[in-house]
Design a protein around this ligand. Sequence first.
Ligand SMILES: [Mg+2]
Length: 300
Amino acid sequence: MMKDISTILIVDDLRSNIIAITLLFKQCKECNSYRIVTAESGQEALEMTRRHKVDLILLDIMMPQMDGYEVCKHLKANDETKNIPIIFITGHSDDASLEKAYEAGASDYVTKPFRAVELLARVKINLQLYRTINALEHMANYDIMTDIYNRRKFFELAIPMFEECRDDLYAVMLDIDKFKSINDAYGHAVGDMVIKQVAKILKEKTDKEMLLARIGGEEFVLLLYSNSDDEVVTIVESIRKSIEAMEIVVKENQTLHCTISSGIARYTYTMPTIDYLLEKADYALYEAKNSGRNKSIFRV
Ligand SMILES: [Mg+2]
């Protein structure tokens, strides 16, 4: 397995300090899994976090123009960077400086002159913690099998969308046809493969502005904005056709095809909660199933 490389950003206005810390990482054996990037000002540090996927920051406090506290506040205010652990490195060890650093959002604090073993240990433990938090967040939000949003995350994001009361909001319920028969005929491993393949097409056929999730066993939901009913139907029909055309290899010389049915509904002001919108889409899905499957039905 490829080793995870962590990117560490070293920020200091003094080039000699950056060199000293970089050397320290180079001398440490287990640090070959670290990639070092550097910045010599606060502005440059923010720029680096936009350009690179940074996993940890060693941040000097005393810098001209933008100091470490300010850099930290900027990073904490941005969703993309707010979880990156920040270790302050500073000559000040007084209580007030320490308090100010933690208030700004620091994860840790190392005073100069620091001991190499201490700095490396703090880097290691903060990286481990960061990775664990990211893994837990991923598990809480994504469906493990398909790597798209799970039911819990769907509602977390869908409710605020619904509460904007926009009448260009559409819900689509998509369900794999006769999924139980696939499981019965080929076994659950193949059933899982079908779900993964369908999810893959759904990902390819939708864009980032749309909210896609696996809401149940073989059921998916899509929430999107559109200016026309026709456009939504076209998108859903394109998904349906792609899935119909897809060939799933079960084993050597054996392939299977699957189809999906969809129910589409549009928001109306008479719907008090999102459940009403989803129920309407569900009802259209039920109609699609009962009138032959492999089709999309739209209910205004
Ligand atoms: Mg400095």
